[in-house]
Design a protein around this ligand. Structure first.
Ligand SMILES: *Cc1c(COP(=O)(O)O)cnc(C)c1O
Length: 382
């Protein structure tokens, strides 16, 4: 299997800075709120939350990570040569449209795979007939997310079937919370109770070689009773939280995105700016043009709404964000020059162009802002 990053269009002047020290500090801080024996699974799906999976795994393996979780077999195979002694968990369930060869690769490379139906279990068993390798399987129990889990009876049946197959090993049982980041924890608590009931009726809590896991970043931070044997943490490693107000530990944002000013422009009072003429200069205006637009996932809905940072000042986006250009009003900022760096996504939680602020403006969550980091920007690891 091959996984090549498309480097053809990488731009040297669009820079995504990734602070390895901050990420390792976050890892340490997050581990400190878990019991020492709790395993830590770093979730690096979606190309490392948009940063570059190779870069993120290379940083995190300098810390203590027991598992890396990825979305699919392709990502698992791509990082297999990087992770050294850490294990890899594939979150997307194996299914019968996978090739038998893919199942064999999973077993050969020791990947941990989710299985959610008996048909796939049989398919995996058959695919492994010609080899001595054993496939590590995790069962995801449905407790209220309604995605990729199986109800208790089916899960119980799968466990029974797995125990009959000598080339398949039950390595884990897990679930996933749908509301762990919300103010009210009552539904998350209900999910937890459903999960615990399943574990006790199946006598799974006492099994030393089965990893029980449930918590994402939000549950890890808010529900210590949901840590079990392992936590699965993505967002918090990048220094952001869905509920920043209730943080007991300091998280340090890892990421900053900068572009240069390519042109300074001047508009007379009354002049209109950009596609659709959505902005009219209310005064004589100095504008800076920056080379980032909706093709770089700087969303069009930031038009006339978002700001970017230039040194210590914030410059409003004026007019429509276009495909690969955005216009900023810099009239009130002194000494602005072409070539000067502009911060599009800031690594300060209080900044007006922080990941929090951009997520709020776009009516979304921090995950989506990070996963939308521009693929063409050069990554600079410090
Ligand atoms: C993405 C994902 C996580 C990590 O979620 P964060 O909110 O980023 O910590 C954990 N578990 C599963 C099953 C996921 O899909």
């Amino acid at each position: 299997m091959q996984f090549e990053t498309n480097t053809q269009f990488i731009r040297e002047d669009q820079k995504v800075y990734i602070s390895s020290q901050n990420m390792l500090d976050n890892l340490k801080a997050l581990r400190s709120i878990c019991k020492p024996e709790t395993k830590f699974c770093a979730v690096v799906k979606a190309d490392g939350y948009g940063h570059g999976i190779r870069e993120i795994v290379s940083i995190l393996k300098k810390g203590r990570v027991d598992f890396f979780a990825v979305a699919n077999i392709r990502e698992a195979d791509f990082i297999a040569c990087l992770v050294e002694q850490s294990k890899i968990l594939i979150l997307e369930p194996l299914h019968t449209a996978c090739s038998p060869r893919a199942v064999q690769v999973c077993a050969e490379k020791g990947f941990h795979c989710a299985i959610v139906d008996a048909e796939t279990l049989q398919f995996a068993h058959d695919a492994l007939q010609s080899s001595d390798n054993v496939l590590n399987v995790h069962i995801k129990v449905e407790t209220g997310m309604g995605r990729c889990g199986v109800d208790a009876e089916i899960a119980a049946d799968l466990i029974k079937k797995i125990r009959k197959f000598d080339n398949i090993r039950l390595a884990g049982i897990y679930t996933h919370f749908s509301t762990a980041a919300e103010k009210s924890m009552s539904f998350a608590q209900q999910q937890l109770e459903t999960f615990k009931k399943f574990l006790s009726t199946q006598s799974l809590l006492a099994c030393k070689d089965i990893i029980i896991h449930a918590a994402n970043s939000a549950a890890m931070l808010n529900m210590p009773q949901a840590h079990f044997d392992m936590v699965r943490c993505g967002l918090a490693l990048f220094g952001w939280s869905q509920c920043p107000d209730s943080l007991d530990i300091e998280l340090k944002p890892v990421t900053k995105f900068e572009v240069p000013i390519v042109q300074l422009n001047h508009y007379k009072k009354g002049q209109t700016v950009g596609y659709g003429r959505t902005f009219t200069a209310q005064r004589d205006t100095t504008a800076a043009i920056v080379p980032v637009g909706y093709a770089d996932n700087y969303w069009r809905l930031y038009s006339n709404r978002a700001v970017m940072r230039i040194a210590d000042a914030f410059a409003p986006v004026i007019g429509r964000v276009s495909m690969d250009k955005t216009i900023l009003d810099v009239t009130d900022i002194d000494d602005v020059k072409t070539g000067q760096s502009v911060t599009v996504i800031d690594n300060d939680p209080d900044s007006q162009c922080s990941v929090y602020k951009l997520a709020e403006l776009a009516d979304t969550i921090c995950h989506e802002v990070l996963a939308s980091l521009p693929p063409k920007a050069r990554r600079i690891i410090s």
